[in-house]
Design a protein around this ligand. Structure first.
Ligand code: BGC
Length: 354
């Protein structure tokens, strides 16, 4: 077999492992030419609405700078991601960095080990490996945001809302009865967002009563089912707030509420007879629409465009053999961790985020 056809077979094998949303570059052997500046990016799941948005931002950013992306979707399958990374490292002859959104933190370690053995820089994003794992390899980076801050911003949005709309406390007991929709239990964002949200409100003297707290694992459908179940049990009337660890679940909750005649777009402010405030995180375009229509009170920008930009800056610096400094990245780095700030989003500043 010629070198080119061997490479083609390797690429084809890697492509088979990758799932649905794969960019065309993956099919062409030319994409692995050492001069073509092509890099591989591994997603835990492109079915995740936020990850999908991030992948679009990354593609735009790469395209704008002449970098080709080979995208791999693990479909939330750890073994699949490990095979994808191993196959890609085999064809990564020019030592280009790999970008990894691990299926879980353990996988982060396996990916890191494979990258180190192959002397390939690795840039993790969205799901953070442990500090210990990160510091064990000098060419490992993490680009993400500090999850606690998004929980804090959600608390601010809720406090401002209840101050402006005291009637949202429908039973007038001075306590906010809430449902919390949480992400995967093992994800750093789940506990840090949830705990910071609750702690911030309690510290501010707000009284809270949980009606339900469920792990809908970031999924719109699962969240929709959870809220529909509460509706079937006749519990909607007790709920005065739905706080969600991400927008996808918030949007699922809104679908379920709307099926019960709640949160109809443009419900007059102050009418809480069929309105439950919902707050999310991510600032997905669909969530921004919901904030504009008033079916959601706010969200927090999980800045996927900035994350994509920083990842590409690191990548380009490696490809060009340049030093990676704070100036190059546009952020202060700490132990190879780049913390991209969240932004609180309500109807007041939505045009700045669009
Ligand atoms: C996002 C979620 C997403 C998760 C995936 C979080 O930072 O807010 O929407 O599902 O990352 O890892």
């Amino acid at each position: 077999m010629s070198r080119v056809s061997k490479l083609f077979t390797a690429v084809a094998a890697a492509a088979t492992l990758a799932c649905a949303a794969v960019v065309p570059t993956q099919a062409a052997p030319a994409a692995i030419d050492a001069n073509s500046n092509s890099i591989s990016v591994f997603y835990y799941s492109l079915n995740d609405l936020f990850i999908n948005q991030l992948s679009a931002a990354l593609q735009d950013r790469a395209l704008a700078n002449g970098i080709k992306l080979r995208q791999y979707d693990a479909n939330d399958d750890l073994m699949r991601q490990i095979s994808q990374i191993q196959s890609a490292l085999v064809i990564n002859k020019d030592g280009a960095p790999i970008l990894v959104n691990p299926v879980d933190t353990q996988n982060g370690v396996a990916a890191l080990r494979a990258a180190r053995q192959n002397k390939v820089p690795i840039v993790f994003f969205n799901r953070k490996p442990s500090d210990e794992a990160l510091s064990s390899y000098e060419d490992a980076w993490y680009v993400g945001s500090n999850p606690a801050n998004s929980g804090y911003y959600q608390a601010e949005i809720v406090m401002d809302y209840f101050k402006a709309h005291p009637e949202a406390d429908r039973n007038k007991d001075g306590v906010i009865s809430y449902v919390m929709l949480k992400g995967e239990p093992s994800h750093q964002d789940t506990s840090l967002r949830s705990n910071t949200f609750v702690r911030t409100l309690l510290e501010d003297g707000v009284k809270l009563k949980p009606i339900a707290s469920v792990n809908a694992n970031w999924s719109q459908n699962r969240a929709q089912n959870e809220i529909s179940t509460l509706a079937d049990r006749g519990q909607l009337e007790q709920i005065e707030l739905i706080v969600s660890n991400n927008d996808a679940m918030a949007l699922g909750a809104i679908n379920a509420l709307q099926a019960e005649g709640y949160n109809i777009p443009n419900t007059p402010a102050g009418d809480h007879s069929k309105y439950i405030p919902v707050v999310g995180i991510d600032a997905l375009p669909q969530a921004l629409d919901a904030v504009e229509r008033g079916t959601m009170i706010g969200t927090v920008l999980n800045d996927y465009t900035a994350v994509a930009d920083v990842m590409m800056r690191i990548t380009e610096a490696y490809l060009n053999g340049e030093q990676i400094t704070d100036e190059v990245l546009g952020y202060t780095t700490h132990e190879h961790i780049i913390d991209v700030p969240y932004v609180k989003v309500t109807n007041e500043n939505i045009s700045e985020v669009r």
